[in-house]
Design a protein around this ligand. Sequence first.
Ligand SMILES: Cc1ncc(COP(=O)(O)O)c(C=O)c1O
Length: 465
Amino acid sequence: MNGTSKAVIDLLKGWPNPTLLPAAQIKNASTMALSNPAVSTPALLYGPDFGYEPLREQIAKWLTQFYRPPTPISTGRICITGGASQNMACILQVFSDPIYTRNVWMVSPTYFLAMRIFEDSGFHGRLRSVPEDEQGIDIRYLRKAMHKSEEKAIAEGNTKPTLKPVRPWSKIYRHFIYAVPTFSNPSSVTMSLERRQELVRVAREFDACIITDDVYDQLQWSGNTSISQPRMEHAILPRVVDIDRTLDGGTDRKGADGFGNTVSNGTFSKMVGPGCRTGWSESTEKFAWGNSQVGSTRSGGAPSQLISTFMADLLGSGGLQSHIFNSLQPTYARRYQNMMAAIEKHLTPLGVTLPQTSRSVIGGYFIWLTLPEPLQAEEVAVLARRDENLILAPGHIFAVTGDEEVVNLDQQVRVCFSWEQEDQLGEGIRRLGHVISSLQSFKGQQGKTNDEPPGDSTSLVEQYR
Ligand SMILES: Cc1ncc(COP(=O)(O)O)c(C=O)c1O
C-alpha cells in the first residue's frame, strides 16, 4: 500500500526498455532462416553439442574484432548456450563437485540472481564475499581467504573429488570465483587491468575457475559529454579470459592442464532481447568441450538451436553490430547522461556519492549510489515506494548470502537507467532527492526529540520484499 497517486517509476528493473528491442531485425532474420531449408532444417532439429556452427563462427569473428586479442579467437573456443545464467548452471554441473570444490568467491556487491544458481549446485553456506574497491576485486583479501579455505580443506582430508566421476572432457576445480569485471551489475565498477591479471594469477595458484559474466561489455560510451558520441567499436580492456590465454605463458604453459582458469559468459539478452535466451561461452578449447558435454546438452545438442540461426544471420549481416553502435550505445549514453545530470542536481548536494567518477568510458545498465550517513538504503527504498511511488534496489539485496558481514551494503542503492521511460529518469532521481532530504531533516530533528521514524517501516520492509 502506498499513499501517493504519483505514477510509478521503476529504477529497479534491469531490463532493456521495449523501444530498444530490435523486433524488425529479428523478424527479417527469422524469415531468412525459415525460408531456406538449408537453414530451417537444422534450425528445427536437434543440433550439435557445441551449438550451431555458423553462429559459433560468427561469434568468434565478432569477438575477435571487438576485443582484438593478439591472435584470432578460434571457433573451438566458443560454445553456444541458453544464456549466461543457464550456462553458469551447466559449468557447475561439469566442473564442480559439491564437496571437493571448497567455496564460491563472489565480488560483493554481487549480481544477486547468480547466488541461487550456485546454491542449486550444492554451495549453500559456502558462498563467500570478496570486497571490491575503486580498482575492482580486492586481491589481497581473496588470496588470504582462499589460503584459509585450503588449510581447512586439507585439515578435513578433502583432497579429491568424491561425487563426480573422472571424465576425459572435464576436471573438478577446487574453487570458483564469480565476477562481472566490466560495467558491473550492480556496482557499475570496471576492474582495472592489473586486478584482472592478479585475479588470473590467484586462480592459477588455487586451482580456481573464474566465471565472468561479460554481458555489458558492448554497451559502452564515452564519459566525455563535450564531444558527440563516437562509435565504440572496441573493448576498453581485455577480458579475464583473454588475459588467461596469454599471461605468463598462457593456458598451455608448462605444467598447466590446458583447461585454463577462466570462462567468459556472454549473452544476447542485453544486446538483442532477454527473451532470446541465447548466449555463448568462451574458454580454452578443452574447457569448451567439457562445457558442451553437460548431460542436458548431450541429450539433443546445445540449447537455443532455432534462435541461434537468427543470431547467426544478425551477426553475419552486420545488423546486430549496427543495432549496438547506432541504437543501443547512443540511447544508453543519453539515458545515462540524463540520469547523471539529475543526480548532480538533486543528489550530490545532499552528500550522495558514486564510484569511479573519472572513468573515460562508461557502460552497462546501472548507477550505484552511496547515501550520506546516517541514512539506510532500506528505509530510503521503503519510503520512496510509499511516498513517491519510486522503486529502487537497496544495497543489501546484493550481499552474498551467508557472508553478508564482510561488506556492508546498508548505505548503497542501485538505480537502473535502461528500463524506465527516458523522460522519467530525471523525475525518478528528483523524487529520490526528496526522500533523502526529508529523511535527513527528520533525522536532524530526531536527534533532538527522539521521535519514531516516519511510517511503519517494519511492515513496509516486509511488503517491499
Ligand atoms: C551480470 C549478469 N549476468 C547474467 C545476466 C542474465 O543473463 P541471461 O539473460 O543471459 O541469463 C544478467 C542480467 O541481468 C546480468 O546482469
